[in-house]
Design a protein around this ligand. Structure first.
Ligand SMILES: C[S@@+](CC[C@H](N)C(=O)[O-])C[C@H]1O[C@@H](n2cnc3c(N)ncnc32)[C@H](O)[C@@H]1O
Length: 265
C-alpha cells in the first residue's frame, strides 16, 4: 500500500487492520485515535433522527460513519488495539476516544486494552463546555482512555509537569467531519506524552485533526482513513498545516529518522 507523504506526515487510504501490519514493530511513540463509537450513525445521526421524531420539514443530512454499528466498532477497535500493542514502543502512550453516551463503552475499552497487550492507565474527560441537544442527561463530555504497552511505562514529556484529566475545549462546528475533535484536546495530550520529532499514529484519522495537532507541535504523523472523502479532507488539511510550517516548531526534522516500515518495505 503506497502512502501519501506530506511533509513529515504519512497518510494511508485504507482499513487500519490491513495497513497497521505494514508498520514496523516498535516504530510508533503515541497512538491518539477516535474510532467509530458504535452509535449507528450509518442510520442517521441524532439530528436527522430528531427531524423524523418531530416530523420536521427540515431534513438534516445523515452523516454515515464506516464501521459504526456496535458489532463492527468492537471488531475494528479490537483489531486496532492488537496492532497498537505491536507497533508502539515499550515506553509510549495509547489514547483512544470512546464517547460519553449511556453505553459503558469506556469500561469495555479499558478491559480490551488490558487484554490486547496494553495496560490501561487513566481516563481523561473532554468537556465540550456546552451540553449537546437531547432530553434529560444532555451530553457534555466524551472520554479518552489512556494506556501504555504492558510491561512498559507511560511516556511522559518531562517538560510538562502535569495536566488536568478534564480538558475543556469547545466542540468544533464539524466543518471537516461529522465527529471532528478540537485541536486543543489532541494538542494537550500529544504535548504531554511525546517530545518533538516523535511519531504519533491515528488509525481512524477522519479529517486529520490529530495530524494537524501533531504538525503544530513538530511531531511526525502517520494517519490511516478508510473513507476516501474524509481521506481527501485530511490531505487538504495536512497540506495547509505544513504550508504554515514556519509557524510550527519542528526542531528535529533535519535529523535522521528511523524507518516506519518493517524489513524489506
Ligand atoms: C470518529 S471518526 C474520526 C474523526 C476525527 N477524529 C476528526 O477529527 O476528523 C472515525 C473515522 O474512522 C474511519 N474508519 C472506520 N473504520 C475504519 C477502519 N477500519 N480503518 C480506518 N478508518 C476507519 C471512519 O471513516 C471515520 O472517518
Amino acid at each position: 500500500m503506497t502512502p501519501l507523504q506530506i511533509g513529515n506526515a504519512t497518510l494511508f487510504l485504507g482499513d487500519c487492520r490491513a495497513v497497521m501490519p505494514e508498520l514496523a514493530a516498535e516504530s510508533i511513540d503515541m497512538v491518539w485515535t477516535d474510532p467509530p463509537y458504535g452509535h449507528n450513525n450509518a442510520d442517521g445521526d441524532l439530528l436527522s433522527r430528531m427531524d423524523v421524531v418531530l416530523r420536521s420539514a427540515r431534513k438534516t443530512r445523515a452523516t454515515p460513519i464506516a464501521n459504526d454499528s456496535p458489532d463492527s466498532m468492537r471488531e475494528v477497535v479490537d483489531g486496532m488495539l492488537t496492532q497498537a500493542a505491536r507497533v508502539l514502543r515499550a515506553d509510549c502512550c495509547c489514547c483512544c476516544c470512546c464517547g460519553g453516551g449511556p453505553r459503558p463503552t469506556f469500561a469495555w475499552l479499558a478491559l480490551r486494552m488490558d487484554e490486547k497487550g496494553l495496560s490501561f492507565f487513566h481516563s481523561v474527560i473532554w468537556d465540550k463546555r456546552n451540553p449537546g441537544i437531547g432530553w434529560r442527561y444532555r451530553r457534555q463530555h466524551e472520554m479518552v482512555m489512556v494506556a501504555h504497552r504492558a510491561g512498559g511505562r507511560l511516556m511522559w514529556n518531562e517538560e510538562v509537569e502535569a495536566i488536568p484529566n478534564v480538558i475543556s475545549a469547545t466542540k468544533p462546528r464539524d466543518l471537516y467531519h461529522p465527529n471532528e475533535k478540537p485541536l486543543r484536546l489532541m494538542e494537550q495530550m500529544i504535548r504531554a506524552h511525546t517530545v518533538p520529532g516523535q511519531v504519533v499514529l491515528d488509525p481512524f484519522m477522519g479529517s486529520g485533526s490529530t495530524g494537524v495537532a501533531a504538525a503544530k507541535l513538530g511531531r511526525r504523523f502517520v494517519g490511516i482513513e478508510l473513507d476516501p472523502v474524509h481521506f481527501d479532507t485530511a490531505v487538504e488539511r495536512m497540506v495547509n498545516a505544513h504550508r504554515q510550517g514556519a509557524l510550527f516548531d519542528e526542531p528535529r526534522m533535519g535529523a535522521e529518522q528511523p524507518s516506519l516500515f518493517g524489513e524489506g518495505e
